[in-house]
Write a protein that binds this ligand. Structure first.
Ligand code: NAP
Length: 261
């Protein structure tokens, strides 16, 4: 049994990692600013509330921890500091507590896109590589949830966006969580960056059609041009890693399972 600290352990990925780690018999501490939402706490997990940006000590979270798994997120300019200042604080404390190993969740080819969010994630990767902890970085492709969020938001205005020229390789969070727990258990070589992708490459139009079929949405599938750095990155194929299609759950299977739930 390993004691794992899941940083961001109440988030979408963090919750799935915590659940799988408990299931495999590990002792799990989950760190976040807020307690888990009602009904979403995983039995057996010890939840600790700390802000990575302001915490003065991490004693409650770090005592006896063997490995930390970082699944935090910060989308806005202000919250993005969790990737820079937050990671620096976390890694400094982890080194002081003698935590031997770290696993960081990142994004495939994150250093090849000039989006501000990607630049701060790249800085976070650097902080981990430069830390004294034995670090493994798991770079994943886009989650099924991300794609679905785009369709759901568009459909509120009657449109299901199909971004022209964009193909993605979406992956299920449960697949990512399983790989993160394997990695926290020591799978793969130390100081390595792994890339993990979903089982198939799909165009946005194909994903839109699958989403409409699964949800019964009447939204109009509309070809749009995705603007900005992320549009250029996605159109270039930078988000694809077909040679590492390790995820098992296809987008269609994931949608069907959600509709049944
Ligand atoms: N979406 C994708 O397609 C995709 C693809 C590849 C990789 N990723 C990566 O996956 C990671 C996790 O994403 P997610 O969707 O699981 O995020 P999420 O659901 O927003 O969860 C983020 C977690 O971080 C915690 N957190 C945020 N700021 C914090 C702070 N200052 N101190 C302590 N805890 C803090 C949050 O809890 P509190 O708010 O309570 O603090 C929450 O537990 C991100 O790093 C993202 O880059 C995402």
């Amino acid at each position: 049994m390993t004691r794992m600290l899941i940083v961001g352990g109440t988030g979408r990925v963090g919750t799935a990692v915590a659940a799988q780690a408990v299931e495999r018999g590990h002792e799990v501490v989950a760190l976040s600013r807020h307690a888990p939402a009602e009904g979403s706490a995983i039995p057996g997990v010890r939840y600790v509330q700390l802000d990575l940006l302001t915490a003065v000590d991490f004693d409650e979270a770090m005592e006896g921890v063997d490995v930390l798994v970082d699944t935090t997120d910060g989308v806005s300019r202000a919250s993005g500091r969790v990737f820079t200042q937050g990671s620096a604080n976390l890694l400094h404390a982890a080194a002081r507590w003698g935590i031997a190993r770290a696993v960081l969740l990142s994004i495939v080819n994150v250093d090849r896109c000039n989006l501000r969010y990607y630049r701060t994630k790249t800085a976070q990767e650097s902080a981990y590589r430069e830390s004294v902890l034995e670090t493994r970085i798991v770079r994943a492709t886009q989650f099924h949830d991300l794609v679905t969020g785009v369709f759901r938001t568009g459909a509120k205005g009657g449109i299901v966006p199909a971004f022209g020229g964009v193909r993605l390789q979406p992956i299920a969070i449960d697949d990512v969580a399983s790989i993160l727990v394997d990695t926290a258990e020591g799978a793969g070589r130390a100081e390595t960056t792994f890339t993990v992708g979903g089982p198939e490459v799909l165009s946005f139009r194909e994903m839109a059609a699958q989403w409409k079929a699964a949800t019964g949405s009447r939204g109009l599938v509309l070809r749009l041009r995705m603007p900005g750095a992320i549009g250029a990155f996605w159109r270039s194929g930078g988000a694809l890693i077909p040679e590492h299609a390790v995820g098992l759950i296809t987008y269609r299977q994931w949608l069907q399972a959600r509709e049944r739930a």
